[in-house]
Structure formats: structure tokens, C-alpha cells
Design a protein around this ligand. Sequence first.
Ligand SMILES: Nc1ncnc2c1ncn2[C@@H]1O[C@H](COP(=O)(O)OP(=O)(O)O)[C@@H](O)[C@H]1O
Ligand SMILES: [Mg+2]
Length: 546
Amino acid sequence: VEPIDYLRIIRRRWAVVAACLVVALVAAWVTTPAQSQMGKPVTSYTATATLLQPPGNKNSLDYIGLFVTKGDVPIAAAKKLGFDSDPALLASQVQVSADGKVGSLTITSQGTDGDQAAKVANTFAEEIIAFLRRQQQEVASAEISELEKQMSAAAEKVEELNQQLKGSPDDSLLKAQRDAQSARYGTAYSQLQQALERSGGDPKLSVLQAATPIPVVSGGFTPPSSHKGRLTIGGMVGLILGCVLALVLERIDTKLRTRAAVQEAFGVPVVADVPHVPRGLRTKRSTVVVTAPGSEAAEAYRTLRSAITFLESRPIAHSREADTEPDARHQSSSRWTPNVILVASARAGEGKTTTVANLAACFAEAGRRVLVLDCDFRKPEVNLYLDVPNGPGLSDLLASTDNADLMTLSRPTVVPAVRLVTGGTALEQPAALPTRMTRLIAEARDLADVVLIDTAPILLANDAIDLMPYVDTVLLAAKSGRTVNEQAERVHELLARMRVPVSGVTFIGAAGGSPWTARIFGRGQARGSRGWYRQLREKSHERQPL
Ligand SMILES: Nc1ncnc2c1ncn2[C@@H]1O[C@H](COP(=O)(O)OP(=O)(O)O)[C@@H](O)[C@H]1O
Ligand SMILES: [Mg+2]
């Protein structure tokens, strides 16, 4: 898909984009807050206590941090704060983070009540300090009692050795032993002094800064509060959403809009691109070839006439991949011109009747005598295009038992060389169609050079299928933005089974042509169509012919 195609899609689905824009603008207008509501509401507070570790301390801060939220500290804090439930719940409100490099530990608490948050953070800070001090004291007192034990043991030994020395004052061994014991006593004493000092000494952590409540403003994008600002943003959002929605719809939508897609789906070449005729030109079911003979659309129908006259039509192969030989009957006669042409389409409103009327006028221009048979018994409308009042027609002929002939039923039209047999009374199910049509078509062949048959939609009624064995060629009609891919494929399958020669597809309202302005702003234009047989020959290296 080219970028230009995106623009075209958005242009085609402008209603979706406009709807999104309007909804977004209304929403932006309606949700603009009143003046009193303005300002940023404070939703919560955060409070952080910062603790500092004196330099030279060996304890890991991460290790200390663990004790803030686990074990005794939360229990003590909960008690102090009068928190009734599980202390772990209280601890979950607290975040601890340690910075080993600086030697700091922060304890943060959040809540809608700022003072409470600060109190929680500070209590946890106090409790971890108290906990560490207790730990310190426990360690020190264990050390002190051990040292005291050592000292009293050494003092006892010294006393004992002194007693022995009194008996033998010159025993140098005893002297040495006594001196060693008194040295041991001295060491233990000095260690004891240190331990005593430590137990009451510097704490391992101290509060650097107590927590204070700080309001938290909900961050991120805050929409403007003025009508103008809101409408601007709403408009942009609406436009973007609209474009996205348009592209999404385009993906979901399986309607055929391009020549290539039509050829792919029907498995048959497009033999004429009929441009979209503006409403002004096609009021009251006019036939453009008659009302606007110089228009592009009229020219496209002339192209169609030539394509049918000079190009060979062939049956559709059963399988799209199969490389079947063309039917011998049609291959041998390259100049064979079909006399009886049936116009069919998948569904209603795809341009069958328009095509029949215009094609009839084109053949008349070329000097042919044309007979149009309106076999769309559900919606007989050709008479509207050719300006003939509806009267007794084919359905009445088929219903009656007497052998009325076609000539008496056919009526002159606005185009002198074109005669029409109207559909007659609208019918749901023309009973005797298949049995009586053989004779009628044979009769019609004698009455004119070209016989054009308008039919009911293939996927709606079996009428067209019933007629196909008796006609020389089938021309399909498809309309851009109306014909659906799957339905075109079903038509392809049906025609492949029928083995009737198919001339190709008339594609109405195609977007095509090269100037980009035309591709965006115009619905397309007529292009001369090359023979589809030749086109397929040229393309046969990419895709097998039908
Ligand atoms: N070239 C065209 N540009 C615009 N509208 C068209 C064109 N050809 C046909 N239409 C419109 O398409 C509608 C269906 O055409 P019609 O021939 O009645 O279809 P069908 O016979 O298959 O039901 C009609 O309203 C007709 O005016
Ligand atoms: Mg019709």
C-alpha cells in the first residue's frame, strides 16, 4: 500500500473520521472542569527519615536495612504507634534503601495522612537505632563477663604463685609463671576497659534528618483546564483515532475497489473501467451514452462494446491454477462475434441494468440492430433506462400457454435501433424459464444482430444460471465499494462449473489513473482496455492463464 492509498482510504471514509472528531470535541468540551475544581489535588504524602552510619563502621548497611522491616523492629514500632494488626502489615508500608558508599540508610513511608506517614518513618528509624544499640550492648556485656572471668582467674593464679614464691623465693620458673599471669591480667583489664567503653559508646547509626510529610502531586500529563486547550487536544486525538479507525475498517472490509482486486476475485479480466458518473448526470435513470455521448463514461461503454465484439471470450477454467487449453470451438474462431450477451453480477445494484442500457445504445451507434431482453424478473428496470413504459413482457410470455411471439412483445425505445422486451409483471420464480428460453433466444437471434439480456443477481436467483447455456457470452458487472470479494469468488466458481464463455468484467466506479489528485479526489477514469487474452499472455509468466 502506497502512502497515497492511505489518503484515499481516509478520504473515502471521511464520515468515520468526522464522527470521531465530533465525539472527541464534544467530550473535550463537556469534561472541561469548572473553575473551582482547578488546581492540582494532593493525593498522598511521603515522609523519609535519613540515618547515617559513622565512618569506619564495618557493618553492612544492607544487612542493617533488613532488620528495619523484619524481626523485632516492626513489633516494637507497632507497639509504639499503637498499631493493632500484624506488625508485618505496618512494615509493608515502609521502604528502606541503603547507600553503602555514603553510609546512609533512608526509611520512607507513604500515606494519605502526612503526619502519620512521618511518624511511622521516624518510629522505624528510632527503633532500628534502639535495636542496634541493644545488640551492641548484648555483645559487649558477654565480652565483659568473659574478660572479668579471665581476670579473676589470672588474679587467682598470681595469688597462688606468690604464695609458692614465699616458700622458695629464688625459683626463677615460678617467678616467670607469676609474671606471665600478671601480664595476662593486665591485658584482660585493658580489654575490659575498651569493652566497657564500647558498650556505652557511639551508636552504629544516628538520625541525620527526621521525616517530615511532603505532599505528592500525581505526576504525568495533566490535561489543560481551558476550553480552548481541551478542544485542541480533543480535536487532535479525535482526528488520529478517526484515521486509525478508518484504516482498521478498510482492513476488515472486503469490498472490491481496485481493478487488480476485481480481476483477482473474479478470475476474469476487467474489460472496461466505467468511471463513476456524478449524481447530476445520472438523474432519473438516464443512459449516459444517450444523454452525455461525449462523457468519459460513454467512452468506457464504447470500449466495452469493442472488447465484446473483437475479443475472444472463453469459458473459465475449473481451477485457477490449471493451465487448460482454450475451448477448441472458441480458439479456432478468433473473429467470432457473440450475438447473445448475458449481463450478470453477484448481487443487486452492481450495474447490470445500467450496463445493458448503455451497451445497447453503443451497439446501436455502431449500426447494429439490438434487442434487449429484460430477464430480471424480480426487478425489471431496463425500461426505465430506455424510457419505455412497463407493460406485458417476458414473464407474461413465459406464464401464458399460447405461443405469443417475441416480435409482437418487443417495443421501440429512445434509441431508434434498440428494441426492448420488458420484464413484465415482477415475479419471484419464473417457472418455465429454462424450458422456454431456448426457443425464445433462438427467435431473438433472428430478430436482431445483438441480443442483450439483463438478469437477476446470480447469488440471489438461479435465473441467470438457467439462461447461460443458451447465450454466446457472459459479461459480468461489478461496482467499486459494493461487490464483495467472497461473492466474486463464488461467481467465479459457478461460472467455472457452467463452462460458458465469459467476456470479462465491467468495473464501475474504479479508482485508477495515474495523477495523484485524480486518485484522491476523483473516483477514477476510463482507461482503454487491452484484450484480456493478450493481457493474460503477457502475464502468463507470473500467473497461469485461466
Ligand atoms: N457509472 C456509474 N456511476 C455512478 N453510479 C452508477 C454507475 N453505473 C450505475 N450506477 C448506479 O448504480 C446503481 C445500480 O445500478 P443498476 O444498473 O440498477 O444495478 P443492477 O441492475 O445490477 O441492480 C444505480 O443507482 C445506478 O444509478
Ligand atoms: Mg437491474
